[in-house]
Design a protein around this ligand. Structure first.
Ligand SMILES: CC(C)(COP(=O)(O)OP(=O)(O)OC[C@H]1O[C@@H](n2cnc3c(N)ncnc32)[C@H](O)[C@@H]1OP(=O)(O)O)[C@@H](O)C(=O)NCCC(=O)NCCS
Length: 189
């Protein structure tokens, strides 16, 4: 499909453009990205450029993955990325370190989930993170995902492995309130 934008008073989700490559490259030097994400490592400037100019438009066109840039309304600055893979319904996200702690990811998840459910793109959204990624788990919990346990990651990691991952699901008729059943270390990090 053609890329679409989503927005709320807090956030604009629109298409990453080549002008975002410098900030994307800088944000992706964060050591937590090496530990918790599947992005290339070391992360080079050319990785950001290829992701923006080739991978993202190609994946929208082939309906394999929808990716958005997170921006403050009225600003062109990239703050982070959120994506939804289809048909698995897997959601992925990251924020530049300086933009964390503002509730942007729960809001972005809400916008993407509302759109995906309203358009009938998926019936449920799947979240996973490596065991121990407390920040990711806390935002998934805040967004109303139900924790379903530990299993091999759906996504292959850099070395091709599928490491043990915390997993959860959000269904269209879920009320988006935090659910019981999350690991204790997520509730009290
Ligand atoms: C996951 C991420 C997008 C969340 O960003 P955010 O919504 O701004 O949330 P924060 O980073 O502020 O963290 C969320 C919560 O986890 C807590 N937290 C963050 N890092 C933590 C850590 N290392 N140990 C314990 N708690 C941590 C925060 O204090 C915050 O607590 P709160 O719920 O009481 O506010 C961001 O941390 C990030 O980009 N991380 C690296 C990429 C990543 O892991 N993406 C997810 C892959 S599955």
């Amino acid at each position: 499909m053609q890329p679409i934008s989503l927005s709320s008073p807090l956030l604009l989700l629109d298409q990453p453009v080549l002008a975002d490559a410098t900030l994307m490259f800088e944000f992706c030097q964060d050591p937590v990205f090496e530990r918790f994400l599947t992005v290339p490592w070391p992360y080079n400037a050319s990785d950001a450029e290829t992701f923006i100019s080739r991978y993202i438009p190609g994946a929208w066109k082939s309906d394999e993955e929808y990716t958005w840039a997170l921006r403050a309304p009225g600003s062109t600055d990239l703050m982070g990325i959120i994506c939804l893979r289809v048909p698995s319904g897997s959601i992925g996200f990251w924020l530049g370190a300086c933009h964390r702690g503002n509730g942007f990811i729960p809001e972005a998840q809400r916008l993407v989930a509302d759109w995906a459910f309203a358009e009938g793109i998926v019936e449920a959204i799947h979240w996973e993170c490596l065991v121990g990624n407390i920040a990711s788990s806390r935002v998934a919990r805040k967004s109303g995902f139900t924790f379903t346990g530990v299993g091999p990651s759906l996504a292959a990691y850099r070395d091709g492995s599928h490491p043990p991952s915390w997993q959860g699901w959000l269904y269209a008729d879920d009320d988006r309130l935090p659910k019981d059943g999350w690991p204790q270390e997520v509730l009290a990090p």
